[in-house]
Design a protein around this ligand. Structure first.
Ligand code: AMP
Ligand code: MN
Ligand code: MN
Ligand code: MN
Length: 312
């Protein structure tokens, strides 16, 4: 990647973190959940890092779906801009028939069983894309695979958003939201998840790689409080140690309640925007206020602290 195309300016280094952010509530300049063109994000890893720097982020992770492919490019730019980037990803899994996402924060990148796990995820995504295409054909999207591929704009493995965009482009639905609501969202025809590994397996891969498994956006699975507790129990029993307390924008009362559920299980708290593209409601580092809780911040986890805690 040519550095002269990344808009890297020899700016002042990002502001150092302070003693004050030893609690989640005081965290500044942090985002441990973002996407690039290595999966379904709109910005290249380099462009994303530049935007993060503009927005004053200091500690971050690039967490593309089921791949670390964007990390090397992002690392180069993050280093040049004085930000601390933790290699990461967001693994697709299944639990009780639902598609559950687990962020892996991976100080050592892919190691151990995660290496084979990533190959399996890539294959599962290819097979799944073909199956989604067959189903979308039946729903009226002709040449579904080719059209989704064109929307992806590269040879990366396809995801549901590529099919959603193809449906919008074909005039089958008016926008992405409708495409998910009618055809691709949870429980709809295009929600193919049979090929994903179980939740417990992806947690094991992350631990085996010396990383920290973070349950992603626990409020976005449409679960009751009780069922969410069962998911947290299963995740914890599998060896998961952290969970996103705040993911993008969410209700303050629900956040407080979630904090209690995490505290009861001794989980570390993480924060992320789940940024995918500019121009929407979410930007890198943007998320709801973080309440003052007793939860330990994930950057104080022993496997991450050497890199992240008090990093500048
Ligand atoms: P996949 O990784 O193929 O399962 O696709 C899941 C991705 O679809 C998520 O990571 C989101 O980026 C996107 N997505 C999920 N629900 C919606 C929605 N309602 N509208 C737009 N995008 C969505
Ligand atoms: Mn996504
Ligand atoms: Mn997700
Ligand atoms: Mn995500």
């Amino acid at each position: 990647m040519p550095m002269n195309e990344t808009h890297v300016s020899p700016a002042t280094p990002a502001a150092p973190a302070t003693q004050a952010d030893t609690s989640l509530a005081d965290a500044q300049g942090i985002d441990f959940h973002m996407h690039s063109t290595a999966s379904d994000g709109a910005l290249s890893p380099a462009a994303l890092m530049s935007l993060c720097r503009e927005r004053g982020l200091t500690r971050l992770s690039l967490t593309d779906h089921d791949t670390l492919d964007g990390v090397a490019e992002a690392q180069e730019v993050a280093d040049a801009l004085g930000m601390t980037l933790l290699p990461g990803l967001e693994l697709s899994s299944q639990w009780q028939g639902m598609n559950i996402h687990v962020v892996g924060l991976l100080p050592q990148g892919a190691q151990g069983s995660l290496v084979a796990g990533l190959e399996a995820q890539a294959k599962a995504r290819v097979t799944r894309g073909e199956e989604i295409a067959r189903r979308m054909e039946k729903l009226g999207l002709h040449d579904a695979l080719a059209k989704a591929r064109a929307q992806a704009g590269s040879d990366r493995p396809l995801g549901r958003p590529d099919f959603a965009r193809a449906m919008v482009a074909d005039g089958l639905v008016k926008d992405m939201g409708t495409a998910f609501k009618k055809y691709l969202g949870s429980g709809k025809r295009g929600d193919v998840k049979a090929g994903w590994p179980y939740l417990s397996e992806v947690v094991e891969w992350i631990n085996d790689a010396g990383g920290v498994a973070v349950l992603a956006h626990p409020l976005r699975y449409g679960l009751t409080r009780r069922k969410r507790g069962l998911l947290l129990d299963a995740f914890t029993a599998a060896g998961g140690e952290a969970c996103e307390l705040v993911s993008g924008f969410q209700n303050a009362d629900v956040t407080r309640d979630l904090a209690r559920q995490l505290d009861e299980r001794g989980l570390y708290g993480s924060l992320g925007s789940d940024f995918h593209f500019p121009g929407g409601p979410v930007a890198p580092g943007s998320m709801s206020p973080v309440p003052r809780t007793a939860l330990r911040p994930v950057w104080q986890h022993p496997r991450l602290a050497a890199i992240l805690d008090q990093a500048a």
